[in-house]
Design a protein. Structure first.
Length: 442
């Protein structure tokens, strides 16, 4: 069994590294995968692991599971970093694994942050996974559907690791205080309430929790050979959350989706919360503002046309002021959109028209709708039969404007929400006028 730098012990290693579980009985969390009888536990205990991907947020035990597998397996175990390795290194490791396979030995290759490998690097693994030269175990914080090549992903079982619960994290912290690898050889006075404060601050990230505990203990005051951690010290250690966010990753899309759906559901408090989560995580306010402009027409539309004006104004305010000043302008727009009457009639109208535009016969623009800007075009009847609406008292004519195959087709179906109720009345009046003049039958 070959273990590289990932599993080397370091005397001055951080608390989180010193306390890595050595077996499944010490592992905290992921009960949906590792409780007695669960398939992943059985695979590890029986040394029958296959190629798999561990997907989950930071600090939930992905690398720790790889370490436990390394200790349990009779195979060669190679730790590989996607950050520092290239095609050359991959090929060298693959050759060694292929040679070992010919001698009847298995090789398990653990790749941390596998999403950082590009397509060419991931492709280099594929033939060796297919013929069984390696068993690939990848760890990623990003959605494998987007970050792992489909051919490689289809040959791996994906296990989704969840954020640790608050109780899981407190259990981890208490273990750190009692284990000799942590602070078990020292007397530390810290209340359960403070441990829960650290756990809440960590937001399901065990590594963050242990690092915070270590900071608190190392900066505690000594009283009669006891390290005392007081409330003021804890407040300093948890004064600012580092929110989990990746402006190019899945959390970026998850949160904008949460904002969009909260506004659509008229849940103003949730919408303001998701806006603040994104801004405090470092999201570009102009990105949020652009999404609000889209929402104004997609989900509100003619029910309140002022929504579009307000969101465009909010975008301009964000452009003028930037963060943090523009946060109040985005909150203004988000609140307006959340409380406005909702209609997706414009969105549905366009989608219906788009379907026809893409699938129907590509008919030419009717001659009477074309501009006759040259004599030849006039001779070809461009503009012939055009009726100028302003010449009539009602500002309406009997002229048809759709291609012949789509005559009578309706795309826009206004709702009775907000101002769109008046739009519906106006549209009905237009249709009634045309019916009375024999334009088309109902």
């Amino acid at each position: 069994m070959e273990n590289l730098s990932l599993f080397e012990s370091q005397v001055e290693a951080p608390l989180a590294s010193r306390l890595r579980p050595r077996n499944l009985s010490e592992y905290v969390g992921q009960k949906h995968l590792l409780s007695e009888g669960k398939i992943l536990r059985q695979l590890i205990e029986n040394d029958k692991v296959g190629s798999m991907i561990f997907w989950g947020p930071p600090g939930v035990g992905k690398t720790t599971l790889a370490r436990i597998i390394a200790h349990k397996t009779n195979s060669h175990f190679i730790d590989f970093s996607a950050v520092t390795s290239g095609i050359k290194e991959i090929k060298e490791v693959m050759k060694r694994a292929d040679d070992a396979r010919k001698m009847g030995e298995r090789t398990i290759l653990f790749v941390d942050e596998i999403h950082r490998f590009n397509k060419a690097q991931q492709d280099a693994f594929l033939p060796y996974v297919e013929k069984g030269s390696i068993i690939l175990i990848g760890a990623t914080t990003e959605n494998p559907s987007f970050e792992i090549n489909s051919a490689l992903l289809s040959r791996c079982k994906v296990f989704v690791l969840q954020s640790l619960t608050t109780d899981d994290v407190v259990e981890l912290l208490k273990h750190a205080l009692s284990d000799e690898r942590g602070f078990g050889n020292q007397k530390v006075n810290i209340s359960d309430e403070m441990l829960y404060q650290i756990a809440y601050f960590a937001s399901g990230d065990g590594r963050t929790a242990l690092n915070t505990l270590e900071m608190a203990v190392l900066n505690g005051r000594m009283e009669d050979s006891v390290i005392v951690v007081d409330e003021e010290l804890i407040k300093q250690c948890v004064s600012r959350k580092s929110l989990m966010y990746d402006k190019d990753g899945e959390e970026h899309y998850n949160m904008i989706s949460a904002l969009h759906k909260s506004m659509r559901n008229s849940d103003v408090d949730a919408a303001i919360y998701w806006t603040s989560r994104m801004l405090e995580s470092g999201e570009n306010p102009l990105y949020i503002a652009r999404r609000l402009v889209r929402f104004a027409s997609e989900d509100i539309g003619m029910a309140d046309s002022r929504a579009l004006e307000i969101t465009v104004a909010a975008y301009q305010a964000c452009h003028f002021l930037g963060v943090p000043e523009c946060s109040v302008h985005l909150t203004h727009a988000v609140t307006y959109l959340s409380l406005a009457p909702k209609s997706n009639a414009l969105y549905m109208a366009y989608e219906s028209a788009k379907k026809d535009a893409l699938t129907q016969l590509e008919e030419p623009v009717p001659l009477h709708l074309r501009n006759a800007v040259t004599k030849l075009m006039k001779d070809l009847d461009y503009g012939k039969g055009y009726q100028y609406a302003h010449d009539t008292e009602e500002k309406l004519t009997m002229m048809t404007c759709l291609p012949d195959s789509l005559l009578g087709k309706k795309y826009y179906h206004p709702t009775t929400q907000g101002s769109e109720a008046k739009v519906k009345e106006r549209l009905q009046a237009i249709e009634n006028w045309k019916l009375s003049h024999g334009a088309f039958k109902k």
